[in-house]
Design a protein around this ligand. Structure first.
Ligand SMILES: Cc1cc2nc3c(=O)[nH]c(=O)nc-3n(C[C@H](O)[C@H](O)[C@H](O)COP(=O)(O)O)c2cc1C
Length: 485
């Protein structure tokens, strides 16, 4: 008698569904227009047919992305609506098994136009977790994040954490499938597409060298890249800036530290009523100015002098990286101090109003003392200027917005662990140099604490981990008689 044939177990592919994120609801008007509305924010999404509006209702629990693929007018309308919501960052994505509708992961976009894609994987492929990916607790959830990824993954099924642990070593998909019955290839495809996972060549498979092949990534320490991506704007979806997150729970610290109880030596008797030198006077005169006199903008000659005073290369030389060995390294000296004389900071000028210089984006070639025009869309330039205007609560865009960008590898090639902190300290030195030079020239300015690294990357075509913004300064001519403010 023949043994009964074993029934093959069918794996049912999980479903990816787009869902309106919890902070928003859809408001449908009688005329067919739809808006996504939160407490203090509303986004118009356009006009839609009654059938599309009915389908849009499913976005509250999740609309399968596969259902958007059809060619019918209805499918096209719903697709357009879902894409619009995605562009505004208003969707998250559930990956769930149709068997029990339990979420495996929920994907939360971190960049503005993230769209979930499954990278193709075959049994012979070898993959490993990126060294920039990390699991952490957020509230009562476990999230998988990476500064490289366009989305974070909320882990809803503990079996996935076990898969991720296995992927700390390079794993061939075929072999891993045999070891882990629960292995979900759709999820791995999504993780690979978002660069949480890396695909490895045969020669890269073994040992700790199994990392991203990009040399510019090799130069980053883990904590530095996380810090860069999370302390700027553009590559995460967390609140940024003065949110007063602890105002209700923890009292603010005083402006001035209470004195220590020890013996006090008063210095007041040495004080002079007037600043003791022109430099002391300059320090006293320096202040932040956020609104500018657009009838009398900065001139090109003034800008040239400002850049010459603050940022021009004064001399260049070469030296061995190490006293005894190591490659020869080129160095420069400039008017402000910089860690290790690396001078990794570059200046990009968004010019809105400068007499003698056309609007646009320019790089300051500090060696040649020249401005080099860079093609950038008017919309992107406006977005950069408007963000600065917003950060300063100003009444218009700065005449010239100086974006200070770092060539990260220039400094991390030498310094491990402290590279990014050195870059921020260098930025502070340069900002004060800008303030003082502007004041000395009768110009005005203001440092800006936020910068959008993703917008800059898209404007310049430079990858965010290669060269990107670490500080900004608004430069202009203040209105006559306008004091500090
Ligand atoms: C690192 C840094 C970031 C700053 N960011 C902002 C900003 O985003 N918006 C703003 O209006 N002012 C910003 N400022 C300016 C400060 O608000 C200002 O220096 C401070 O209020 C003291 O005023 P004063 O510069 O006129 O002496 C920044 C200053 C620094 C040094």
């Amino acid at each position: 008698m023949r043994a009964p044939r074993k029934k093959p177990t069918r794996t049912i592919a999980p479903i990816i569904a787009g869902r309106l994120n919890g902070r928003f609801s859809l408001h449908m008007q009688a005329d067919g227009s739809i808006a996504a509305v939160s407490n203090d924010y509303s986004v118009s999404l356009g006009q839609f047919s009654p059938a599309a509006i009915a389908r849009a209702g499913h976005l509250a629990i999740g609309l399968p992305l596969a259902s958007l693929a059809g060619k019918s007018a209805l499918a096209r309308q719903v697709h357009a609506l879902v894409r619009r919501l995605a562009q505004h960052g208003l969707l998250d994505y559930r990956l769930f098994s149709p068997r029990d509708a339990q979420d495996l992961v929920v994907i939360e976009p971190q960049i503005s136009d993230y769209w979930p894609q499954r990278a193709k994987l075959s049994s012979s492929d070898t993959v490993a977790l990126s060294r920039f990916a990390y699991l952490r607790r957020r509230g009562n959830e476990m999230v998988l994040e990476s500064p490289r990824a366009g989305a974070l993954f909320r882990i809803c099924d503990p079996a996935i954490a076990a898969t991720l642990a296995a992927l700390s070593q390079p794993q061939q998909i075929g072999k891993l499938r045999k070891q882990m019955a629960s292995l979900n290839l759709d999820l791995l495809g999504l993780l690979l597409d978002s660069e949480m996972l890396i695909r490895l060549d045969a020669k890269d498979r073994d040992g700790p060298g199994a990392n991203e092949r990009d040399r510019n990534l090799a130069l980053w320490d883990f904590h530095d890249l996380v810090f860069h991506a999370r302390s700027t704007e553009g590559r995460h979806a967390n609140p940024v800036g003065g949110t007063y997150a602890h105002a209700g729970a923890i009292p603010p610290l005083p402006a001035v530290r209470p004195p220590w109880p020890g013996k006090t030596i008063s210095l007041r008797k040495f004080a002079t009523s007037e600043p003791a030198s022109p430099f002391a006077k300059l320090l006293r005169a320096r202040h932040s100015t956020r609104d500018f006199d657009d009838q009398h903008p900065v001139t090109l000659a003034e800008l040239a002098q400002f850049l010459d005073t603050t940022a021009r290369v004064l001399s260049e030389w070469k030296s061995g990286a190490d006293a005894d060995s190591g490659p020869e390294v080129t160095y420069s000296s400039r008017p402000y101090p910089a860690a290790g004389s690396a001078y990794e900071l570059e200046l990009y000028l968004t010019v809105s109003n400068c007499e003698g210089l056309a609007r646009g984006l320019y790089h300051y070639d500090a060696g040649g003392h020249a401005l080099v025009a860079i093609d950038a869309s008017a919309q992107q330039l406006r977005a950069l200027s408007m963000a600065a205007e917003f950060a300063m609560d100003a009444s218009g865009p700065p005449q010239i917005l100086i974006t200070i960008a770092a060539r990260f590898g220039r400094i991390s090639w030498k310094y491990s662990s402290i590279a990014y902190s050195l870059i921020l300290k260098d930025t502070g030195c340069l900002l004060q140099t800008f303030y003082l030079a502007a004041t000395d020239m009768g110009l005005n300015g203001c440092a800006i604490g936020t910068n959008n690294i993703e917008l800059f990357a898209r404007m310049t075509g430079l990858e965010f981990h290669v060269e990107g913004p670490v500080g900004q300064f608004a430069l202009g001519r203040g209105k006559k008689g306008a004091g500090p403010g």
